[in-house]
Design a protein around this ligand. Structure first.
Ligand code: NAD
Ligand code: UDP
Length: 331
């Protein structure tokens, strides 16, 4: 049992050279990669997850590490940890549109109550907290690319609002806890990130297209495929997280993290078909409402403050992701 799994300050190990880090959503796609990186960096890591979209399988390979533990917990409930925590990465929230729209009320509450509970934990323990916010705070943007100074164009009552507005209120709470109580905060606005360990049934475009191609099914483009996204490989994003968490306390963000390569959804589909081969063709489905028409991060701030930019080009990242899915998806 690790120090985190045990309860009470008296049980904390003295042998840890790194920090004690809590990762909510740690059994999800991004969270599991982050936990892996934090362990490699020598930290003691507690993943907190209710397995709504994540899975124990994502972290099975980490379970033998004595510095790693997993706690099944819903972040909408207060977290009664009484151990020291140095850092909190708050990632708990379903992220794919079909998942976050399945129970939209729960999605809003997960963002709002989840971050509130983590901020209260940060207040009790003195931890600093990094929030996984999103490019969705910009909504269907009228400014392109999107800098952090852009306030966004979000429909407050549409089918994406549970996610977008939940994340916006979360940012508000973070900045108010910072101003009111001096809590140390770091707000990352993540742009579409993909890679190994996404759930094959996740529903986001990169995993959908790859899984469809590997199964020999047709690739489903929503709308006419002219909408754009900028796709970031997971390792790049995790590097950005780690750099941001290490900044001095006056660096609060928000900071955009994303790859600046911009592609239409049709271009993505064509790339995946060309790489996977097989009989798949493209079919067109209705575009869901409020689907952003363009998206690309302005990363001037990330470059200046973190010395960060994405290194993995879409072709390279797709190859790695296809190789992963080829092992887990049956044709
Ligand atoms: P994911 O669905 O794989 O991971 C989310 C994790 O949170 C899952 O393990 C899930 O079980 C857990 N979770 C959900 N509700 C919870 C609750 N109430 N209590 C405890 N755990 C809960 O998605 P992801 O892509 O890894 O996203 C992680 C975070 O990053 C999310 O907050 C998401 O909004 C944010 N984000 C991701 C992207 C991206 O492109 N991947 C973009 C913008 C923001
Ligand atoms: N999309 C698509 N086919 C799919 C899944 C998604 O054409 O099978 C589109 C979706 O409508 C959107 C883009 O791809 O325009 C990115 O969708 P995703 O759900 O990955 O992310 P988000 O819309 O949240 O950026």
């Amino acid at each position: 049992m690790t120090a985190f799994a045990a309860r009470g300050r008296a049980t904390l190990t003295g042998a840890i050279h790194g920090s004690r880090v809590l990762v909510t959503g740690g059994a999800g796609f991004l969270g599991s990669h982050l936990c892996e990186r934090l362990l490699a960096d020598g930290h003691e890591v507690l993943a907190v997850d209710n397995f709504y979209t994540g899975s124990r399988d994502n972290v099975t390979h980490l379970m033998e590490n004595p510095r790693f533990s997993v706690l099944e917990h819903d972040v909408t409930k207060p977290l009664g940890l009484d151990v020291e925590v140095d850092q909190i990465f708050n990632l708990a929230c379903p992220a794919s549109p079909p998942h976050y729209q399945r129970d939209p009320i729960k999605t809003t509450l997960t963002s709002v109550l989840g971050v509130y509970n983590m901020l209260e934990l940060a207040r009790r323990t003195g931890a600093k907290i990094l929030q996984a916010s999103t490019s969705e705070v910009y909504g269907d943007p009228s400014m392109h690319p999107q800098p952090e100074s852009y306030w966004g164009n979000v429909n407050p009552i549409g089918i994406r609002s549970c996610y977008d507005e939940g994340k916006r209120v979360a940012e508000t709470l973070l900045f108010d806890f910072h101003r009111q109580y001096g809590i140390r905060i770091k707000v990352v606005r993540i742009f579409n990130t993909y890679g190994p360990r996404m759930d094959p049934e996740d529903g986001r475009v990169v995993s959908n297209f790859i899984v469809q191609a590997l199964r020999g099914q047709d690739l489903t483009i929503y709308g006419d495929g002219t909408q754009t996204r900028s796709f970031c490989f997971v390792d790049d994003l995790v590097e950005g997280f780690v750099r941001f968490m290490a900044t001095s306390d006056d660096v609060t963000g928000p900071i955009n993290l994303g790859n600046t390569g911009e592609f239409t959804v049709a271009e993505l589909a064509e790339k995946v078909i060309a790489k996977v081969g097989g009989p798949s063709r493209i079919v067109y489905r209705d575009l869901p409402s409020d689907d952003p028409k363009v998206r690309k991060p302005d990363i001037t701030k990330a470059r200046a403050v973190l010395g960060w930019e994405a290194k993995v080009a879409l072709d390279e990242g797709l190859d790695k992701t296809i190789a992963y899915f080829a092992k887990v998806v049956t044709p």
